[in-house]
Write a protein that binds this ligand. Structure first.
Ligand SMILES: Cc1cc2nc3c(=O)[nH]c(=O)nc-3n(C[C@H](O)[C@H](O)[C@H](O)COP(=O)(O)OP(=O)(O)OC[C@H]3O[C@@H](n4cnc5c(N)ncnc54)[C@H](O)[C@@H]3O)c2cc1C
Length: 404
């Protein structure tokens, strides 16, 4: 029996893999795209997180016709304060602030909602979705790659894309080495309700134990990304409600009145990982499979969406020219587009986390001066805002809101 052939097989149906599938079909409806994921098709992701989506990523979702489904639940981030303090400080000096009108800082979007909208868009555009299955192995041959699924089925493709997350099995199978280290920190993620309206203001408290981010959600609710040393996280997660609330209040501060946790408590070990190459013969890495960064700036998914936009553009352009989409020159265009931006963002988030996650008095003084200076330099602040908005560097068409 002949193997089923697709132009592109994508392993991994997270937000990045799905966005890539939708973008490919939007740009070249004639391309056949198959997406394989371990989870059953149509199932919502297991986590209750929300993600900060940059202005550029929003433009991409608008161009792909996905934004309409999530817009009503998306909370705009209108302003942001960054403070540097100890947990017990009642008053926390604001070292850097972005006020409304200084540039769009993005939107908070519930992950489950985004995932559902992307899955429906992929199905509507004719992507073949294979759920409850994994890509177990693959072999690149002349003109095509043979992909083996967990149940023994085989598919062939002109291009195989690994969007299978930070622990990418396919990256290992491709023999691509990585640069990586663990931060020995965990991010506790939960939702809090508060007495007062947040007015779209995000706050990042840099505490000695790590950054504590308060990100506005619709209503009087905020999503918390609470970084702690790895050893401390299990204790906090297991605390009874009243004690957990006290620990949360101590870090949250008193700006929004009484606060109480309402969502599930989840914890994520934090690490940095950079693939030394994004491509191999008829193979490309995309999203967390290519890079995992510290969530201090809420940029991991945004980076992955930029990968998806760049890879889709390189493939669609090649297809329009009648070229083989798995050619090394097509993949090299994608890699050179994304490598520098990824390393730069990994470096910036790593440096921020290292500089702030400690109680060294000299460093406290230095960072106070550093951020105070940034607050006065409108040009630099503009750059920070542009970074948050995802508009730094040469952007693929979709990220500029154009048709692919
Ligand atoms: C605490 C925390 C907060 C964050 N906040 C933000 C934020 O605010 N903004 C932001 O931009 N980023 C944020 N991030 C980063 C963001 O969550 C990730 O970058 C993003 O989820 C990566 O998406 P992905 O699709 O590449 O990978 P994943 O979401 O990991 O998806 C991988 C998919 O591949 C599937 N899979 C795995 N192996 C196989 C296989 N062999 N075959 C088939 N399928 C397979 C899995 O089932 C899964 O569906 C945060 C991260 C953390 C830890």
């Amino acid at each position: 029996m002949q193997d089923a052939h697709s132009d592109v097989v994508i392993a991994g149906g997270g937000a990045v893999g799905l966005s890539l599938a939708v973008a490919l079909k939007a740009g070249a409806p004639g391309l056949s795209v198959t997406l394989v994921d371990i989870a059953p098709s149509g199932s919502p992701p297991r986590d209750e997180r929300a993600s900060a989506i940059s202005a550029a990523a929003r433009k991409m979702f608008e161009a792909l016709g996905v934004w309409g489904e999530v817009a009503s639940a998306a909370q705009p981030i209108l302003a942001m304060d960054i403070t540097d303090s100890r947990g017990q400080d009642r008053v926390r000096p604001v070292l850097l602030s972005f006020e409304p009108g200084e540039g769009t800082l993005g939107h908070m979007v519930p992950n489950g909602l985004l995932h559902g909208a992307l899955q429906r868009a992929a199905a509507a555009k004719g992507v073949t979705l294979i759920g409850s299955s994994e890509v177990r192995d693959f072999a690149a041959g002349t003109g095509r790659t043979t992909v083996t699924l967990g149940d023994g089925r085989t598919l062939t493709a002109s291009l195989l894309v690994a969007a299978d997350g930070g622990r990418s099995r396919l990256r290992g199978l491709a023999g691509i080495p990585v640069l990586s280290w663990a931060y020995r920190q965990a991010a506790i993620v939960t939702t809090a309700e508060h007495e007062k309206d947040h007015r779209g203001r995000a706050v990042e408290h840099f505490l000695p134990s790590g950054p504590f981010a308060i990100l506005p959600l619709s209503g009087k609710r905020s999503s918390l990304v609470w970084t702690e040393p790895e050893k401390e996280a299990p204790r906090l997660l297991a605390l009874p409600e009243a004690e957990f609330t006290r620990e949360l209040e101590r870090r949250f501060g008193y700006r929004l009145g009484a606060v109480r946790p309402v969502g599930k408590r989840q914890s994520f070990p934090l690490s940095l990982l950079l693939a030394r190459s994004f491509i191999a013969p008829r193979f490309a890495l995309c999203g967390d499979a290519a890079h995992v960064i510290h969530p201090v700036a809420g940029q991991g998914l945004n980076l992955g969406l930029k990968d998806a936009a760049a890879l889709a553009e390189a493939v669609v352009d090649a297809h329009r020219l009648g070229l083989d989409i798995g050619l090394p020159s097509v993949l090299a265009r994608y890699e050179s587009w994304r490598r520098f931006d990824t390393v730069r963002m990994a470096f910036v988030t790593d440096a921020f986390n290292r500089l702030f996650s400690n109680d060294n008095p000299l460093l406290r003084l230095a960072r106070g001066i550093g951020l105070g200076v940034v607050d006065r330099l409108t040009g630099l602040k503009g750059l920070f805002a542009a970074e948050a908005g995802g508009t730094v560097g040469p952007a693929p068409r979709l990220l500029r809101g154009e048709r692919i």
